[in-house]
Design a protein around this ligand. Structure first.
Ligand SMILES: Nc1ncnc2c1ncn2[C@@H]1O[C@H](COP(=O)(O)OP(=O)(O)OP(=O)(O)O)[C@@H](O)[C@H]1O
Ligand code: SF4
Ligand SMILES: [Mg+2]
Length: 337
């Protein structure tokens, strides 16, 4: 399997992670239920300082539920289990007051509906300055200077004018950069970027992603890059977790995942992906994504898997550790896809 062109960003060419160190974020056995629907089951992964960690999967795979669980932004009806350690501090079960202090200056986030996150009746400058007033107790004048510098870093040509603008006066790409600036301005250690560019034109998407990663790389911030697009993973991430039916089907470093996927779902995702410079047909995955009810006691991919065996339906496959990560499959691919 050939990696797609990864020339997007020079920040992605080498791993920025020191994996010998204690991870910044350690997620263990995370589970999220919405009534009878099980959105996330037994999800575990680590994100290191400066690492770009991808979370990829089809719609409904549990990507956003995982992200919201990490920062305590699930609706009150959701049931959350497992552990989220941020610098060794347990966030699952932490007080609302503590979580409000973590969100922003410790863990920043941009959600997929972010374009509606800006207040339409306040200027971009007022909204960015407020973040610094709340989290850093910074006076307005100084906050606006910091905001202007950040907008320059995000390649906004006339930062002062943008700070004085209302959201509707900006193009989609500019508004998205303002939202990203709001997530970055308190200088978090990790940014959760949930489909940050999917609402944008394809040509603008690349540029905005590159700018986001450039700023994070310059500050040494870790990134959780949530996407349904393996092309984005190839171009931006160091490591990746492939989610299916709320479980981590496979976790690996990105080069390993593209070169030698072990989980049949990963293999199918790769075959379904158009690749630059290759004329061969890409093959859609048959069937549709699963919604899980109650406790998952089967492989969630069994109905769509060409390697399925009867025992795949007898229990959730255990996690098998590999030198570079893990997978949950009892009849894995041998290596090369
Ligand atoms: N507030 C909620 N109430 C009930 N069910 C929910 C809620 N939020 C998510 N779900 C369900 O949980 C599952 C996972 O949803 P989630 O939003 O995490 O998926 P996703 O991977 O982010 O998908 P997408 O790519 O479409 O954003 C889905 O089955 C979804 O219907
Ligand atoms: S456990 Fe079985 S059904 Fe699930 S991915 Fe592996 S081979 Fe396919
Ligand atoms: Mg989502």
């Amino acid at each position: 399997m050939t990696m797609p062109d990864t020339s997007l960003s020079d920040t992605t060419a080498t791993s920025r992670t020191d994996r010998s160190a204690t991870p910044l974020l350690r997620v263990r056995d995370l589970s999220v239920r919405f009534g009878a629907v099980t959105a996330v089951s037994s999800v575990s992964f680590d994100v290191g300082k400066g690492e770009v960690f991808g979370v990829v999967g089809e719609s409904g795979a549990g990507k956003s539920a995982t992200a919201r669980a990490i920062i305590g932004l699930l609706p009150p009806t959701a049931r959350l289990g497992g552990s989220v350690l941020y610098k060794g501090e347990e966030l699952v079960g932490a007080s609302k007051a503590r979580l409000r202090k973590v969100r922003g200056p410790e863990i920043g986030y941009v959600f997929q509906d972010a374009l509606t996150a800006l207040d339409p009746v306040r200027t971009i400058g007022a909204q960015l300055a407020e973040v610094l007033a709340v989290h850093r107790r910074m006076p307005a004048r100084q906050a606006l200077e910091v905001a202007a510098d950040l907008l320059s870093e995000l390649k906004i040509n006339d930062p002062k004018r943008t700070l004085n603008a209302y959201p509707h006066q900006l193009s989609g790409g500019m508004r998205q950069r303002a939202v990203i600036a709001a997530a970055l301005i308190a200088d978090p250690e990790i940014i959760i970027a949930d489909e940050v560019t999917s609402a944008l034109d394809v040509t603008v998407q690349r540029k905005v992603l590159d700018l986001l990663l450039g700023v994070c790389s310059a500050r040494g911030a870790g990134v959780i890059m949530i996407t349904h697009d393996l092309g984005v993973v190839a171009q931006t991430c160091d490591r990746v977790a492939v989610l299916y039916g709320g479980i981590v089907a496979e976790e690996a470093d990105v080069i390993g995942l593209f070169d030698a996927p072990r989980h049949p779902y990963t293999g199918a995702l790769l075959r379904s992906m158009p690749r630059m410079g290759e004329s061969g047909a890409f093959v859609p995955i048959p069937g549709s994504a699963i919604q899980v009810f109650g406790t998952l006691n089967t492989c969630p991919f069994a109905d769509r898997c060409e390697r399925a065996q009867p025992r795949c339906r007898e229990a959730l496959p255990a996690e098998t550790r590999t030198p570079g990560g893990s997978y949950r499959c009892i009849n894995p691919l041998e290596g090369m896809a």
